[in-house]
Design a protein around this ligand. Structure first.
Ligand code: ZN
Length: 479
């Protein structure tokens, strides 16, 4: 039987996290607002109004283009895309057509099997969002709050070959958007929306067959499921001798099925022309360079550096660089600690991330600063506190904001540094348990753990276990 491969391109709409909308001063984020309360004559398309371009939207668009290794055009234009839909009050959308802010670019990312994919970007442009339409009780309701919210639309080349690759692309894009601070990228809230273009061809063939476009996929799992579903459908159609036609399909996440919405429009239907109410966007090379220079080290580069520089496993490096504030935390804590990189990584992955999850905050918002975490680990390494004190200190520092050493001092949590005091406790434990001492001396050496437990209890947990063990071994030898 003929083998087929999938050819997939993704079209993403990214809501930029600016304070205000792209062409007016209404708030950009109206997630918690009542419908049609966050609008003005400009974004609701009243006659005679003029758009004014928001510099922050251009800056964030350029920042994203730079992070995608795209060229930032020094001159770009806005255009009108004409179509009629109830949630588009002007009857056109202001977007960028042929001369957009970004040109080219790519996202390269590792797949879970260790191989790398490079997905090229076909189009990267700024535009305004449309409103929202909702059908309720047989009525169509329109909310204009979202009109004029700044978006970047980013379209990939058809470089993806499986549903899993498409899912990974989105995982990495979402990570990047948050990392460089241009979007909250919350798919549930529509900050990151995805349509998928899917076609199939015989393995080895280079042709591009008619594709279907899947709309309304609102989570990464849904993207994966919808694409698998569509690839299967197309293979079955072709094997049955049918032709694939260009359809627009709607993904129903609850039922896990695709439904035909309409035959696909072509670009020509939109009758693009230059937006006459806006000047060209002219950027200076200095401004563009400052945008590029302000980019932080990107997540996948940092992931690789953590592996190379700190000899962390891919697993650790992946978790520590999932989000920027956590990876900054790790690096600062490690530098302040100065010991084994893996030790700090374990503390963060086992304890700190749990605390973060419980409190629902970024690592950078913790009162338990990287320097304090490093101090706790150093106190433990130096035998000044035991492991359970170290764990309890995490919480105490977070709650009080005091330095670990200060809390140890104030609450008397330090281990018994005094050899003779500890020796007295151990002598007492040995004297009080002659039967166990007898068994130990007859060869039941595993009892050492039990003795150690007794000593820890008698000392109120303050005995240094290493020191206690060596004194115990010594005293148990003496007849
Ligand atoms: Zn407005």
């Amino acid at each position: 039987m003929t083998e087929y491969e999938a050819v997939i391109g993704l079209e993403t709409h990214i809501q930029l996290n600016t304070t205000t909308k792209i062409f007016c001063s209404c708030k950009a984020d109206s997630w918690n607002d009542l419908p049609n309360t966050n609008i003005c004559p400009v974004c609701s398309g009243m006659p005679g109004v003029l758009p004014v371009l928001n510099l922050a939207a251009v800056e964030k668009g350029a920042r994203l283009a730079a992070a995608m290794h795209a060229e930032i055009r020094l001159i770009s234009y806005f255009d009108r895309k004409n179509y009629f839909y109830p949630d588009l009050p002007k009857g056109y959308q202001i977007t960028q057509f042929d001369q957009s802010i970004g040109k080219g670019g790519y996202l390269e990312f590792p797949m879970p099997d260790g191989t790398h994919r490079r997905v090229h970007i076909h189009k990267l442009h700024l535009e305004e969002d449309a409103g929202k339409t909702r059908n309720e009780h047989g009525e169509r309701l329109i909310d204009f709050n979202r009109c004029g919210v700044p978006l970047v639309e980013m379209v990939t080349e058809p470089d993806l070959r499986s549903a899993e690759e498409a899912a990974q692309y989105l995982v990495r894009l979402r990570q990047l958007l948050r990392w460089i601070g241009v979007s909250e990228a919350d798919m549930e809230k529509g900050h990151l929306r995805c349509d998928a273009n899917v076609s199939i061809r015989e393995v080895g063939s280079q042709v591009l067959n008619p594709k279907s476009e899947i709309k309304n996929i609102n989570s990464i799992d849904a993207v994966r499921n919808a694409i698998i579903f569509e690839i299967d459908r197309q293979i079955r159609e072709v094997r049955a001798g049918n032709r694939i036609e260009s359809w627009t399909l709607d993904w129903d996440d609850e039922k896990g099925t695709l439904q035909k919405m309409r035959s696909k429009e072509t670009e020509a239907d939109y009758r693009y022309f230059r937006e006459p109410d806006l000047l060209p966007v002219q950027l200076t090379p200095e401004w563009v360079n400052s945008v590029i220079a302000s980019l932080p080290e990107l997540p996948l580069a940092r992931r690789q550096r953590f592996i190379d520089q700190y000899q962390l496993s891919e697993y650790d490096a992946e978790i520590l660089t999932a989000e920027k504030s956590l990876s900054d935390y790790y690096e600062t804590a490690f530098k302040s600690y100065g010991g084994e990189p893996k030790v700090v990584s374990n503390w963060i992955m086992n304890d700190l991330m749990r605390m973060q999850k419980e409190l629902g905050v970024y690592a950078s918002q913790l009162k338990l600063t990287p320097a304090y975490l490093a101090e706790i680990i150093k106190l433990l390494d130096a035998g000044k506190i035991n492991a359970s004190t170290a764990k309890s200190l995490l919480k105490k520092v977070q709650e009080s904001g005091s330095a670990p050493a200060e809390i140890v001092e104030r609450e008397g949590l330090g281990l018994m540094a005094d050899d003779s005091a500890l020796r007295k406790i151990i002598e007492a434990v040995i004297a009080a348990n002659p039967a166990e001492v007898q068994s130990y001396r007859e060869g039941k050496e595993s009892l050492i753990g039990w003795f150690l437990g007794q000593v820890m209890r008698q000392s109120g947990g303050k005995a240094d276990p290493k020191l206690a063990r060596s004194i115990l071994l010594e005293l148990l030898q003496i007849e």
